[in-house]
Structures are given as structure tokens and as C-alpha cells.
Design a binder for this molecule. Structure first.
Ligand code: GDP
Ligand code: IMO
Ligand code: MG
Length: 427
């Protein structure tokens, strides 16, 4: 069982950090393959709480080597501050490996992200403002700066010049902002080179060798399936591929090496930022989910939009990721509701639709068709086995499993590592 992918099955914030951390003790490498510091993964270890943005959650497991793959966009200032923050708390960060082919988020990407969102006004995406979209745009446009460029001043300067040539025109003429000086950017980036050089490696080679030697590699997704630029609710998505295929392109490990794909699935649904969300609750149930679930963004502090579980989305996640398992999180948050609605299909222009519509128009018109399941009132945070759960909680899980298309192999009943019911082993 050498390589596994762990990814978000909904719109992010499903509890990927906790799930990765739980596995961290049994795997040799934990690898981020896409996204950047738009992610916010909370990991609770004993009485300690960690908020990770760019580093893989495996960094908290001493035996595990954390890797930032080529598909990630790296803001070096954020990376260094995250590393020093962890080091101050006694976490050993020395094993980190960073792909030299990962792209950098520079100050002009962050500026462009913020001004372009402002410019969009009502049509904004609601990005995290971390420069993610502009950095990926430059990568695809072949004017990006890579980690390895930090170590060749001449190449770095030429690339920054080329990138800023047009961007300064846009900043000044379109957005009415001051132009950004090439020297200033080059100087700032060169300032990171010495601090990062020890971490940079040919991570594709390292990971393939590790898999060939039978070591266990876990690919940790950021964001979620419906935020995928190809398979998500475009254009209200992030600019990378959190879906399972992204683990291959974002690390240089072939699909034949991946044996298991675990979808992290919240027992209800949340979303941050703009875009359609059929089961969104704008009433007191939504407020209750937000309060009990602590649904506030780790990265931006924004309130998360909350709604009931959507089985259409879960089925879609199974399909586009080839999921082998689900890890159902935050079941404990649903304790106390007398009845719990679950969306089993959509109604679109008077018709019942079982699968996620591929057209944006249809998705905007989708209204949920609910089935209502009986709730439970008993505290479940101490449950260690499936049998410890009250009957109605068991039925809720079984119903979700039947609707979602893959076995639920673990259930989260609290934020801590131990607050997990393991049904099937992941390894
Ligand atoms: P990620 O981005 O997918 O890693 O998820 P976040 O960390 O942004 O959000 C998930 C939140 O739920 C975090 O605060 C976790 O500590 C918390 N969490 C994860 N699993 C559970 C669970 O089973 N029960 C409860 N109550 N909280 C959980
Ligand atoms: P984790 O890894 C939830 C959302 C933003 C916005 C859209 C595009 O913690 O699950 P971007 O800054 O990526 O260009 O923003 O994607 N978004 C997330 N929502 N969890 C995340 O990460 C997210 N990362 C980006 O809110 O709607
Ligand atoms: Mg998060």
C-alpha cells in the first residue's frame, strides 16, 4: 500500500489536517501537491492547536518527512514564518523538502489578487487574497518564477523583469496602482535564498525512490473537489487541481503508484467565498452549525457558509476522484438536532436530477430534494467504535455511505487525534 491520496470531497475545510495528522505516525512522507497558503488546516494534538497553511500536516509527526511538491505555489515569506513559528513551539522542521520546480508567490501576485478582486466588485470570487490565482496564471502563461530561480540571480532578474513588464502596465493603467520596482522584488526574493537552500530537492526522484522501496507516501490535498479549477464550481474555484489527478501532476508520481484515495467528507457542508451552494442554510440552523462546528476560516477569519449534507456532491467526489474510502468528519456537531435533512438529489427546472449537473446554469438553478433522518441527543465525543454510537447516529452514517458511493472507513467525533472511530484501516 505505498501511496495514498487524502483530499477534500466538498468545498474545503472538511478536516483534512486532522486526518493527515492522524495518519502521520504511520507514513514516511506527507506531500502537498497543489495550492498554497490559501489552505488552513487545523491540527489538535493533546492540548496544542496548530494552524498550518503551506506546510503538510505531516510536519507534526516526528518520523515523517514533509514535502512541498512541484504543483504547490510557495510564498517564501509565509513559509519561513510558518517554519519559525513551529520551531519556536519545539517542532522539528529540519526534514522538510521543497521541490525546486514549485512556483513562487511574489509580492506582485498578492497585490494583483487583491486589486483584481476589488475590481470585480459584486462578481468577485471571494479569494483568500494570498496571490494564488495570479501565481498559477503566470505558471501557465510561462512567466512564473520557480523556487530554483532563487539560486541564479541572473535568471531571477530576467524573469522578474519579464513578468513585471506587462504587470506594471496593468497595475498603473488599469488598477491605478504604483508600479513595482524590479530591484525591490529581486532583492526581497534573493533574501530568502540562503534560508531555503537546505530544503530544496528533486522531490520527484525522492518520492519515486521511496515508493519503489516500499515506503508509505501520503499526498495531502488542499481545498476540495468542488474548488478544483477543472471539476469544481468554475469560476468560483481555486486555481489548481485538488482532485486526485492533481497528486500525480503536482508531484511527478504516476497514477499506477497510487493505491488508495480517501475523501474527507464533513457530516454537513460548508463553503467560504462566493459561488453556488444548493444546501446553504440562511436560517438559525445554519447559524447553529456555524457556532457548534466552529465554522470560521483558519486563513481569513471569514465565517463559513453552512448547510446540510449533500449526497449529490459526495457521489460526484467519488466519481471524479476514484475514491476508495471516505473519512466522515464532525459527526459530533450534528448532536442535538431532532431531525437531520440530507440532500439526496436536486430539482432543476421541475425535474429530479441525481447527479451533479455539469452546466453552470443548471447548478445555479438546483434546489435540494431532502430526505429527513432522525437525529440523536447523546454525546458521541467519547465513542471509540461504531457500536458506541447511538442507533440514529449509526443510521445517519449508514445512509450517507449508501448515498455517497464509497465506504466510510473512519468517523470524526471531535477535533483531537483520538476523537476518531476507525472502521477500516487506511494502511
Ligand atoms: P481542513 O482545511 O480540511 O484541514 O479543515 P480545517 O482545519 O480548515 O477545518 C476543520 C475544523 O474542524 C478544524 O477546526 C478541526 O480541528 C475541526 N475538526 C476536524 N475533525 C473534527 C471532528 O470530527 N469533530 C469536530 N468537532 N471538529 C473537527
Ligand atoms: P483548505 O485547504 C476553503 C476558496 C476561497 C475562494 C476560492 C478561491 O483549508 O480546505 P483562492 O485564494 O484559492 O484563489 O480562492 O477558494 N478557498 C478555500 N475555501 N478552504 C480552503 O482551503 C480554501 N482555499 C481556497 O475562499 O472561494
Ligand atoms: Mg481549512
Amino acid at each position: 500500500m505505498p501511496a495514498l491520496v487524502l483530499l477534500g470531497a466538498q468545498w474545503g475545510d472538511e478536516g483534512k489536517g486532522k486526518a493527515t495528522d492522524l495518519l502521520g505516525g504511520s507514513v514516511d512522507y506527507v506531500v502537498r501537491y497543489q495550492g498554497g497558503n490559501n489552505a488552513g488546516h487545523t491540527v489538535v494534538v493533546g492540548d496544542q492547536k496548530y494552524a498550518l497553511h503551506l506546510l503538510p500536516s505531516g510536519i507534526l509527526s516526528p518520523g515523517c518527512t514533509p514535502v512541498i511538491g512541484n504543483g504547490v505555489v510557495v510564498d517564501p515569506a509565509v513559509l519561513l514564518s510558518e517554519l519559525s513559528g513551529l520551531a519556536e513551539r519545539g517542532v522539528d522542521t529540519s526534514k522538510l523538502l521543497i521541490s525546486g520546480n514549485a512556483h513562487l508567490i511574489t509580492p506582485y501576485h498578492t497585490t494583483l489578487d487583491k486589486v483584481s478582486e476589488r475590481f470585480l466588485g459584486k462578481r468577485k470570487i471571494g479569494t483568500t487574497g494570498r496571490g494564488i490565482g495570479p501565481a498559477y496564471a503566470d505558471k501557465i502563461n510561462r512567466v512564473g518564477i520557480r523556487v530554483q530561480d532563487l539560486f541564479d540571480e541572473s535568471i531571477l532578474r530576467q524573469k522578474v523583469e519579464a513578468a513585471l513588464d506587462s504587470k506594471n502596465q496593468v497595475l498603473a493603467k488599469l488598477y491605478n496602482r504604483r508600479a513595482i520596482a524590479v530591484d525591490q522584488v529581486v532583492e526581497e526574493l534573493l533574501g530568502y535564498a540562503d534560508q531555503l537552500s537546505g530544503y530544496v530537492a528533486d522531490t520527484t526522484l525522492v518520492l519515486n525512490d521511496a515508493i519503489d522501496q516500499g515506503q508509505v507516501v501520503l499526498f495531502e490535498g488542499g481545498q476540495g473537489t468542488l474548488l478544483d479549477v477543472d471539476h469544481g464550481t468554475y469560476p468560483f474555484v481555486t486555481s489548481s487541481n485538488p482532485t486526485a489527478g492533481g497528486a500525480c501532476t503536482g508531484t511527478g508520481v504516476g497514477p499506477t503508484k497510487i493505491s488508495r484515495v480517501i475523501g474527507i467528507l464533513k457530516a454537513y457542508t460548508t463553503r467560504v467565498g462566493a459561488g453556488p451552494f444548493p444546501t446553504e442554510l440562511l436560517d438559525e440552523d445554519g447559524e447553529k452549525l456555524r457556532t457548534i462546528g466552529g465554522e470560521r476560516g483558519v486563513t481569513t477569519g471569514r465565517d463559513r457558509r453552512c448547510g446540510w449534507f449533500d449526497a449529490v456532491i459526495a457521489r460526484y467526489a467519488t466519481r471524479v476522484n476514484g475514491l476508495t474510502d471516505f473519512f466522515l468528519t464532525k459527526l459530533d456537531v450534528l448532536t442535538g438536532w431532532e431531525r437531520i435533512p440530507v440532500c439526496v438529489a436536486y430539482e432543476i427546472d421541475g425535474k429530479r436530477v441525481e447527479e451533479l449537473p455539469y452546466s453552470q446554469t443548471d447548478f445555479h438553478h438546483a434546489t435540494p430534494i431532502y430526505e429527513t433522518l432522525p437525529g440523536w441527543s447523546e454525546d458521541i465525543t467519547q465513542a471509540k467504535t461504531f457500536d458506541d454510537l447511538p442507533k440514529n447516529a449509526q443510521k445517519y452514517v449508514q445512509a450517507l455511505e449508501e448515498m455517497s458511493g464509497a465506504p466510510i472507513s473512519a468517523i470524526g467525533v471531535g477535533p483531537g487525534r483520538d476523537e476518531t472511530i476507525q472502521i477500516n484501516s487506511f494502511l
